[in-house]
Write a new protein. Structure first.
Lengths: 263, 204
């Protein structure tokens, strides 16, 4: 092995500096043999090694000042705080999202409640409209049972509806009779009364799933009555013992309300 | 002659790999950083040619960058080389790019170059040479070297890092690192002789 090759091999493999990169075994053997025979190469590596050692001893390794240590730690602490800030921000953002969802849910619920309420109004008003139609069309002239006796009418309805129909006697009005109505698939009992100038229809039906609207309610003897008007007819509607009672007539609302107290 | 040659078989490398795979847990960043802060500053100080303020700024930037990237470090045993690499990159990115010095031309360590180094045997031995110069002159001679040579000499001779670690830090292949060390040593010798001659301790 020539001097150049031996020096390059040992220098490159950092044997000089105690490096672990080892040349291949055969080359190692050749380098060893070369160094044993070549004083120049031995001296070359000795000089390199001495220079390296001398530099290590003579070059000052100034340490970091306490001020620098404090500054570094302070900046890292600050950075650590900043790195936590996004997670805090994420927390706030998450809270905002939850709050937003809650608001959305609340608005949704309110809207649903309002819609349901409007549906109730609509349902009640729709029902009132249907009953007004029926009243206007027949004006108490069409009955299936004609009698001025409440018991007769009660008896006639007994097998036809699931609830008891007990028509009261109304002042200044005569009981005409009754018939069975079908209000959109819902059976209802119609009792007809007649005043000298007006007809009064009393509808009785199962009202368990019908809620009276909160608006347009008049409390009469602590009983809420829904009062409305359509096409010149007044309507008074109330619930009693699970039944819905509806009075329809062209007489005044106040008189209809007064009549409702008879039930 | 005090030269000790250590030629170690490949088993070391294998054991090293196994250790790498086993060590995953990282100590708290501040703890491991403080253990290497002196070395980091000393290296930064040499990169900055002894300008303390510049070195301190470099160290602070390096520490912050290292803190942000700490979770990417796989092996705590490689922390020092990893930290020095960040320092080197920070130095290159933030300061060295503004330098007007042209980059050095690297030459591979050639057999011809090394063969020609035989003349050193007739010159002043290293121990005698270093006895004739002051510590400040040794530092001055190192700082006068182009930063590429200064870096590898510091990492190799003072920090006693392996070529592999130095390669990772400076981003050069081992042959280039070896070449820079050799050429850097030659330049240092020449500079130190010059100092000795100026003080009349060595003849031309």
């Amino acid at each position: 092995m020539e001097c150049g090759a031996a020096r390059k091999l040992l220098y490159s493999s950092q044997v000089l500096h105690g490096e672990k990169l080892a040349p291949a075994a055969t080359e190692t053997k050749e380098v060893r043999l070369h160094l044993e025979r070549c004083a120049a190469c031995w001296q070359f590596f000795a000089a390199e090694k001495e220079l390296s050692d001398a530099l290590r001893k003579r070059l000052p390794r100034e340490g970091a000042s306490s001020n620098l240590r404090e500054q570094v730690l302070s900046r890292i602490a600050e950075e650590r705080g900043n790195s936590k800030r996004p997670s805090r921000w994420r927390f706030v953002r998450r809270q905002a999202v939850i709050l937003g969802l809650l608001v959305f849910l609340l608005v949704g619920l309110l809207s649903a409640a309002l819609w349901l309420r409007s549906r109730h109004i609509e349902k009640s008003e729709q029902l009132a409209s249907i009953l007004v139609d029926d009243h206007a069309r027949y004006q108490s002239t069409t009955t299936e049972v004609t009698s001025s006796e409440p018991e007769v009418i009660n008896s006639w309805f007994r097998d036809r509806v699931r609830f008891s129909v007990q028509p009261p006697r109304l002042p200044d009005s005569s009981l005409v009779g009754g018939r069975l109505c079908n209000l959109q698939g819902r059976p209802a009992a119609l009792i007809s009364y007649r005043k000298p100038q007006s007809a009064i229809s009393l509808f009785i039906l199962d009202g368990r799933d019908i809620e009276l609207p909160k608006e347009h309610l008049i409390a009469l003897d602590e009983r809420p009555c829904f009062v409305t008007a359509e096409r010149g007819y007044n309507v008074v509607m109330w619930k009693q013992r699970g039944l819905l009672y509806v009075l329809v007539s062209d007489i005044r609302s106040a008189d209809l309300l007064q009549l409702s107290t008879r039930f | 002659m005090g030269l000790r040659l250590r030629v170690i078989d490949g088993g070391q490398a294998t054991r090293g790999k196994r250790t790498d795979q086993l060590s995953h847990a990282l100590p708290p960043f501040e703890e491991i950083l403080l253990a290497h802060l002196d070395s980091l500053f000393a290296f930064a100080n040499r990169l900055a040619s002894g300008h303390h303020e510049e070195a301190e700024e470099l160290v602070q930037d390096t520490c912050l960058r290292a803190f942000r990237k700490y979770e990417t470090l796989r092996n705590a045993e490689k922390f020092k080389a990893w930290l020095f690499q960040i320092l080197m990159n920070t130095y290159i990115n933030e300061r060295h790019r503004h330098s007007r010095q042209p980059p050095i031309v690297d030459v591979e360590l050639s057999e011809a170059l090394l063969r020609s180094a035989g003349g050193q045997t007739s010159e002043t031995p290293e121990e005698e040479l270093f006895a004739k110069v002051l510590d400040g002159e040794v530092r001055q001679a190192l700082d006068a070297l182009p930063v590429e040579f200064r870096t590898v000499i510091w990492l190799s001779d003072v920090e006693e890092m392996s070529y592999r670690e130095i390669c990772e830090i400076v981003g050069c292949p081992p042959g280039t690192v070896a070449s820079r060390i050799y050429r850097g040593h030659s330049m240092l010798r020449e500079q130190l002789r010059e100092y000795a001659r100026r003080r009349g301790l060595m003849s031309d």
